[in-house]
Design a protein around this ligand. Structure first.
Ligand code: FES
Length: 63
């Protein structure tokens, strides 16, 4: 099975779900990912990881 860690442990949202949302909806900011997936809206500990996923997919991240 492909490596697909849970990024947001509060809401059990996996990396693949967040990456798919970023790609499909052309998300550019943490806020957009939060609105779209709810990831990062509870304790906020996963925000750094979401940031890295945004960077990985979009190349550079607007804050
Ligand atoms: S781990 Fe994502 S909000 Fe807590």
């Amino acid at each position: 099975m492909e490596y697909d860690p849970v990024i947001c442990t509060c809401l059990e949202i996996k990396q693949s779900e967040i990456e798919k949302a970023i790609r499909d909806k052309h998300l550019k900011t943490i806020e957009e990912v939060q609105n779209e997936t709810q990831a990062g809206t509870v304790c906020g500990a996963c925000v750094d990881d979401i940031f890295l996923l945004l960077e990985k997919i979009n190349g550079k991240v607007e804050l």
